[in-house]
Design a protein around this ligand. Sequence first.
Ligand code: SF4
Length: 213
Amino acid sequence: MVLKAETNINIRFIPREPGIFTPSQVKVLADIMSQDGAASLRLVLDLPLSVSVIPELADSVREKLALAGFLLVPEGSCIKDVKICPHCDHGTGAYRTVGRMLNEELMGKETPAPVRVSVSGCGCRCAMSLLQDIGLVAEPGGYSVYIGGNPYGKPVVGEKVAEGLPDDKVVPALGAILSVYSSQRGRMKYLHQVVKSIGSIPFAQAIEESCAG
Ligand code: SF4
């Protein structure tokens, strides 16, 4: 099959269990490449995997990926796939479960600009949590939350807005952050710009209120 790269549809996806592929998932990926003509399977730094296929096959390839248990990463201004640090023996608590839960509950939620979230399993912060729009770090007393990081151009280190969060307060805390961010729609575009403009205190207060409820 001859592919015209300029007309292809790029489909981005991640495994449901971060970094781990089942044999059937590997087979589905091989089928997509051999049968649907995806020229390559791309994995670039910490970006999602992606395959590029002709438009006529895009829906069926998306369906195959979803049936195989992959999560499709949405385009546009929304919460992107949540990055979770590689599995190792140093992680604290159920951080991978929390990361998966965030992916399932929040990925695709509309935001003023794309929002990147990561979860690190310990203070080594291998998921670069201080350089994300929203970064969580699992610690013995609960999660610390950082906002407003940015890895691009002149990097910005995120500001801590909460610490000691238990697992069940992580989703409400992120909801509170997104609520403050969305209320600033029109002023600035990216979260790190909003944090620079209004400071981190409104976010910290919103998290505190969400956790008190
Ligand atoms: S952040 Fe901690 S738990 Fe995660 S990969 Fe790094 S050392 Fe391991």
